[in-house]
Design a protein around this ligand. Structure first.
Ligand code: NAP
Length: 245
């Protein structure tokens, strides 16, 4: 993996390149897209990704306290907790983290496969973030396999959800989408950074975009802070500029 910006370098260490800022809470999103703006191919990101992106994705996961994901993505991508590699455990422990990042799924319907290894055998207990309007019987079933956070009445409020994670000591948040959830973090002004991989392909068709049909009052401005390249993939790190008050 080569670094093009902020200064050229060969063979960068990804854990260093993607280190979270210290001493503060930080919410980053990690997304991939095609050159023509597709955020999925045939309903998943598998057709967009490649070895370079997968390596960065794995490192971003291992640096985070929690992986925040919408239930739509968890279902589409068949989310599962990953086995933890010994070298990651050692590094995480020395950084004061749990052995593996928790996965936090945002859902109102709670239509989740509770027998899947998103829940069963997860090295760090999975969290489900839901709202008061979620069906009670499903909520009780979810509580038997996951920690449940209620963060809103009719729907999950992004700010309340992030505050609840921070209260649990989870200050390094990596949001893995999808487009619905990403738009809410942006609208709530709680997104600090976007890690975006530009895949070298044209997807065509009517694939969703990274923010789906989420309307913003005005375009969110980004500042490019880092650019890596490998095998035709461009991996950009953007800081989200806060609107002036
Ligand atoms: N390009 C990329 O990097 C990338 C990344 C991730 C996903 N994707 C793609 O995006 C697609 C999925 O998109 P999506 O918009 O459905 O995904 P999503 O944002 O992951 O999921 C939407 C679902 O999350 C739950 N949810 C979101 N916000 C909520 C809130 N405020 N309150 C309560 N529940 C909330 C709801 O689940 P319930 O229905 O359970 O209530 C909602 O139906 C897939 O094709 C996936 O492959 C692409």
């Amino acid at each position: 993996m080569r670094q093009l910006l902020p200064h050229p370098a060969d063979d960068v260490d990804l854990a260093t390149a993607y280190a979270f800022p210290t001493g503060r809470t930080w919410v980053r999103a990690n997304m991939v897209g095609s050159v023509d703006g597709a955020a999925a191919v045939a309903g998943t990101t598998r057709g967009l990704s490649g070895p370079a992106d997968e390596r960065a994705f794995a490192v971003l996961r291992q640096l985070a306290d929690v992986l925040l994901v919408g239930a739509g993505t968890a279902r589409a991508e068949a989310y599962a907790a990953e086995p933890v590699r010994a070298e990651h455990v050692a590094r995480r422990r020395s950084a004061g983290q749990t052995a593996a990042p928790a996965i936090a799924v945002v859902s109102r319907s709670l239509d989740l496969d509770l027998a899947s290894n998103l829940f069963i055998g997860a090295p760090t207990r999975t969290i489900v973030i839901t709202c008061a309007a979620a069906p009670g019987s499903r909520r009780r079933a979810v509580a038997s396999v996951a920690d449940v956070i209620e963060a809103g009445s009719d729907e999950v409020d992004a700010r309340t959800a992030l505050d609840a994670l921070h209260e649990r000591g989870m200050s390094r948040v990596s949001c893995e989408g999808g487009p619905g959830l990403l738009g809410q973090l942006l609208a709530a002004e709680r997104l600090d950074e976007l890690c975006f991989t530009l895949a070298p392909l044209l997807a065509g068709g009517s694939a969703p975009r990274m923010l789906a049909d989420h309307a913003l009052d005005r375009p969110a401005r980004l500042s490019l802070t880092q650019l890596l390249a490998d095998d035709g993939f461009l991996l950009a790190r953007y800081a989200v500029d806060r609107p002036a008050r």
